[in-house]
Design a binder for this molecule. Structure first.
Ligand code: G4P
Length: 527
């Protein structure tokens, strides 16, 4: 039987935002529409509350929650929708970036009052790099915020997106009357805390008609007409092809907490968002509708119980049909493996799956076989591209604090590095080990996990570095030159690739100028 109908049913996406913009609230409302949960409050917020930002135990607790919310699937109008959770806290950033390699599209949530925030910038940059189609949802219109046009300017400028509003707000905060859906030419009137079913939606094909004044009042009607005139002259029309190429982002306005504007977003999303896409491997392009199964691991989650060292590897299915208890090739290990209890995630519930299709995510019980980026196939040797590591921004020397436990330390470190918790570099001049992470709290987490899960203890030593970036060159002599001349600033990563350790932005710039034949990479995607 062809798997095409199953592929056509699937939409796999991630919601990206800065903490507090409303990702959890929006996710919850989407799940409510799909009937995957029955009541509000069922989805635990994955964010680390402000007061707890220096508490690494909180990260441990959040790790537990984030297993449950890693993938939330629901059915809506005959489609199967997979939401991949992308923790917004910056100390999870690396994990979040990787998750974005497993989605086919993204929804970007922006707080109307705060506008574009740092974490959103970083996450959108990853999506842009991968040409992931993005829809923007401007949230919290029930509060006073930035002017719509200023906000769109900010989105274009800071996020580098070309936007096209598909809805437009009528007032905001106290004066918020609703949104006009430009796509369907409908006015959706706002009622605080209203259920979507009871929202009043009026078809208004011509906004110049008097009926608009009757619904929103003269002043708001005039403002909307003026705004729409600008919208129509300034922004491009929606073009699905451009959206699918990541070149145009539709924008919606609403209020997630009031469940307002969420249904429009979802209805538009299922109409325009891409079905599971073809994936690039080093060998060839893999199409989802091929008969042969293939998939890759994009995230590994350690068990929090130190007595069980097992982990869950999250596999994105890229082609063919995945079946339980079937032998597949673990390409890197050249070993055949089968899985007796692969897990699927429906909202907060986990269940064993018999089969899964492209776009789906399955959780595989893993005693330590997988690394991020590993491929599983029906027998073909495939290496999926574009599962990058990102150049870390926080660094410490790591020393063994208990010489009797050096084996445990090595094992723990190598497993944590495989999980993608941190990157480990070895200095070229003296062999010292440096840990690099995207967020500072990760150091505490690593120390704690090494002790509790591996019985090893480590000590850190400060290190003033600005960035570590991978270096390559087409000219082996140029490579040999920089390595010998700058030994103190060179290290190797876990795969033996050379990395340049820059003490400052200036030092990096100088090195780039002094070694023109060397390419400096800020993600490992060049490999
Ligand atoms: P996050 O996952 O992106 O971190 O954000 P989350 O959904 O947890 O929302 C952050 C805060 O913003 C929450 O308030 C939430 O209730 C509020 N919020 C979400 N959507 C809207 C909206 O449309 N309008 C308004 N006014 N607020 C919204 P909190 O006080 O931090 O948490 P809670 O105590 O309400 O859970």
């Amino acid at each position: 039987m062809s798997i095409k109908p199953e592929i056509a049913k699937r939409r796999t996406f991630g919601i990206v935002s800065h903490p507090d913009a409303g990702k959890t609230t929006l996710t919850e409302k989407l799940l409510l529409f799909g009937g995957a949960i029955q009541e509000a409050g069922a989805v635990k917020s994955n964010k680390i509350k402000r007061h707890a930002t220096s508490d690494f135990m909180e990260i441990e607790r959040q790790r537990g929650i984030s297993v449950a919310t890693s993938v939330m699937a629901f059915e809506y109008r005959g489609l199967k929708i997979n939401i991949l959770d992308t923790p917004g806290h910056q100390d999870f950033a690396e994990d979040t970036y990787r998750t974005l390699t497993a989605v086919d599209s993204a929804i970007v949530v922006i707080d109307v009052a705060k506008g574009v925030e740092t974490q959103t910038e970083k996450l959108v940059e990853v999506c842009r790099m991968r040409k992931t189609p993005m829809i923007v949802f401007v949230n919290k219109l029930d509060r006073e915020g930035k002017d719509g046009f200023d906000l769109l300017d900010e989105i274009e400028e800071k996020l580098g997106l070309t936007v096209c509003p598909l809805s437009w707000p009528v007032g905001m905060g106290q004066r918020f009357k609703g949104v006009y859906n430009l796509y369907e030419k409908k006015l959706n009137l706002f009622q605080p805390h209203g259920k979507q079913e009871s929202d009043e939606i009026v078809q208004i094909d011509d906004t110049n008609a008097e009926i608009l004044d009757q619904y929103v009042g003269d002043a708001a009607a005039k403002e909307l007409r003026d705004d729409l005139e600008i919208v129509q002259t300034v922004y491009p029309d929606f073009d699905r092809e451009a959206y699918l190429k990541g070149a145009l982002s539709p924008v919606f306005f609403g209020s997630a907490i009031n469940n307002f504007g969420v249904k429009e977003l979802l209805d538009c999303f299922i109409e325009i968002a891409p079905t599971p896409k073809a994936r690039e491997t080093e060998e060839r392009i893999v199409n989802p509708d091929e008969d042969m199964f293939s998939g890759f691991v994009f995230k590994i989650h350690a068990n929090m119980d130190p007595r069980h060292r097992d982990r869950i590897a999250f596999l994105r299915i890229c082609s063919g049909k995945f079946k339980r208890n079937t032998n597949y090739l673990h390409v890197r290990k050249g070993k055949s493996m089968k899985f007796s209890n692969p897990t699927a995630f429906m909202a907060a519930k986990k269940s064993i799956v018999e089969e899964a299709f492209p776009g789906d995510i399955v959780g595989l019980y893993d005693p330590g076989n997988f690394k991020i980026g590993d491929a599983l196939t029906d027998g073909e040797s495939l290496h999926f591209k574009g599962i990058p590591s990102f150049s870390p921004e926080q660094f410490r020397y790591i020393n063994n604090a208990n010489p009797l436990k050096s084996k445990q330390l090595d094992k723990g470190l190598s497993q944590l590095v495989e999980e993608g918790v941190a990157q480990l570099f070895t200095k070229e001049d003296n062999g010292r080990k440096i840990l690099g992470t995207v967020g500072a709290l990760q150091f505490e987490v690593i120390q704690y996990r090494l002790e509790h899960e591996y019985g090893a203890s480590c000590a850190y030593e400060g290190l003033n570095l600005h960035k570590a970036c991978w270096i390559t060159s087409e000219d082996p002599e140029a490579m040999a030159k920089i390595i010998s001349e700058r030994k103190r600033d060179i290290a190797t990563d876990k795969d033996g690739h050379y990395v340049f350790l820059a003490e400052s932005a200036w030092a990096l710039k100088m090195a780039q100028d002094n070694y023109p034949d060397i390419e400096f990479h800020f993600t490992s995607e060049f490999q």
